[in-house]
Structure formats: structure tokens, C-alpha cells
Write a protein that binds this ligand. Structure first.
Ligand code: ADP
Ligand code: MG
Length: 251
């Protein structure tokens, strides 16, 4: 591990799928860095390769060109240094909230007592203290995604990787989850890489926004969002960022 390497380096990543009707070019020469403690959003239209890039960074899919480095080390498969939150929760329905949050800790071989402590800590962090013994089917979408976030954070990963995590919850819940995620980020100092097609969400959350073009996805521009937090979407400066990112996507 190299100390001064960026937390994430995406170095000329390309991906072509073997589709049923011939090759599908999903990503073309995508490159950017994410530094320690940063909150970076990847934004782009549906089908531009965001999930593909997310899966390649997460070690769940292989690039056909280029590579991804985590703290200077090439990604070769899923890594315990990564906390992953998918769009569709991916909770274990047969496990309680506690069982879900503790899953990675079991894998890591923590004993029951230490697991219990860590799970309590995580449930408190995401405001689910009272729901530990509940099964996922009884939870709202917002609560499920809090469980997924707690599960991802439980193993204390270096990087939190999220793919449209709040895409399936209502606008009010989403706004609340944004606030909570930013609080968790501030409290834990984690590096966050957050994928979304929603420009407003990206401007709300990110230190920097990686703006992608339509398919095959390339990086149009990386935009620094220089706005104090908490951010107010009725602020004219907020609207200016939104407009700028939208026009980058449209061009
Ligand atoms: P996004 O997340 O930005 O909507 P995706 O990464 O899901 O985009 O998809 C990018 C492109 O790659 C799309 O054209 C999609 O149809 C194609 N694609 C994604 N996964 C596969 C796959 N397993 N096989 C073939 N084509 C795929
Ligand atoms: Mg996607």
C-alpha cells in the first residue's frame, strides 16, 4: 500500500460487453481520481455505464481496458476495504436487521460479543436502535437503505461505494437520507464514491462531480462544488451548478 496514492484511481477504464446482438461499448477510457476523505459523485444519463463503472471499481466486474487502483493497488476482485451499497438494498430476507448489519463481521471472524457492540454502534449511527430484531420485509425503503448503509460501514471500510442508493425512496425520505449520509461521512471521515443520474442529488452531496457523457460513457468534466454545507437547493449558486452539470451532460 502506498501512503500518498489516491484512495481510488480510475485509469483509462474501458468496457465492452458481449451482448446478444454483438458487442456493447459501455465505457470508453474513463479516468479520474478520488482522494482520501472526499465525497465524489459520478453523474450521467441512464445507460451511460455508471453501474458498470461501479461494479468494476467494486471488483465485481472486469474492465476490458485500463485498470482501477485502490490506494495504489490494482483491483482484482471484491475487497474487504470496500463497503458497497446497491440500488436494490440486497438485504438477506431471512436475517434480522442485526443479522444483516453483522454479516460482514461474521465473515471477518469477530466473536459474538464484539459483533454485538459493533452492530449496536452502527444501528445508532443510522438511527435504527429500535429495529434490530425486525426482518427486512417489515421495513420501509428508507429503513432498508439505512440497514444496507450500516452493513457496509460495519467492517470499517476505507471506501464507501454507492450505486443510486436512494433511487427507490420518496423525495422526502431521500432528503432526510442525504442529511444522514452527510452526517455519517462527517463523523467517520470515510471516502465516498456515489453514483447517481440525479444532478440535484449530486450537487447536494459532492465535493466533486464526475460528469459522464451518454454511452459509451466517458468523463465530460470533473466539477468542483464549492458550496458550504448544508446546501440549499433554492440558493441561486446551487441552481448555477445544477445548470452547468446539466448542460455538460446535454452537449
Ligand atoms: P447506467 O448504470 O449508467 O444506467 P449500465 O452500466 O447499467 O448504465 O449500462 C451501460 C450499458 O451497458 C447499457 O447499454 C447496458 O445495456 C449495457 N450493459 C450493462 N450490463 C450488461 C451486460 N451484462 N451485458 C450486456 N450489456 C450490458
Ligand atoms: Mg445504473
Amino acid at each position: 500500500m502506498t501512503d500518498d496514492a489516491p484512495r481510488v484511481t480510475v485509469a483509462g477504464v474501458s468496457k465492452t460487453y458481449d451482448g446478444d446482438e454483438g458487442p456493447v461499448r459501455a465505457l470508453a477510457d474513463v479516468a479520474f481520481d478520488v482522494h482520501d476523505g472526499e465525497f465524489v459523485c459520478i453523474v450521467g444519463p441512464s445507460g451511460c455505464g455508471k453501474t458498470t463503472l461501479f461494479r468494476i471499481i467494486g471488483g465485481l466486474e472486469r474492465a476490458t481496458g485500463g485498470e482501477v487502483l485502490l490506494s495504489g493497488e490494482p483491483v482484482t476482485g471484491p475487497s474487504p476495504d470496500l463497503g458497497i451499497v446497491f440500488q436494490e438494498y440486497h438485504l438477506f430476507p431471512w436475517r434480522t436487521v442485526r443479522g444483516n448489519v453483522g454479516f460482514g463481521l461474521e465473515q471477518a471472524g469477530l466473536d459474538r460479543e464484539r459483533r454485538r457492540e459493533r452492530v449496536d454502534e452502527m444501528l445508532e449511527l443510522v438511527g435504527l436502535e429500535g429495529s434490530g430484531d425486525t426482518y427486512p420485509s417489515r421495513l420501509s425503503g428508507g429503513m432498508k437503505q439505512r440497514v444496507a448503509l450500516a452493513r457496509a460501514l460495519a467492517v470499517d471500510p476505507e471506501l464507501l461505494l454507492m450505486d443510486e442508493p436512494f433511487g427507490s425512496v420518496d423525495a422526502q425520505t431521500r432528503a432526510r437520507l442525504h442529511g444522514e449520509l452527510l452526517d455519517v461521512w462527517a463523523e467517520t471521515g470515510k471516502t465516498v464514491l456515489f453514483v447517481t443520474h440525479d444532478v440535484e442529488e449530486a450537487v447536494k452531496l459532492a465535493d466533486r462531480i464526475v460528469v459522464m457523457s451518454p454511452a459509451p460513457g466517458t468523463v465530460r468534466e470533473v466539477v468542483d462544488v464549492d458550496l458550504p454545507r448544508p446546501r440549499d437547493r433554492t440558493d441561486p449558486a446551487f441552481a448555477e451548478y445544477q445548470e452547468r452539470v446539466l448542460s455538460l451532460i446535454r452537449d
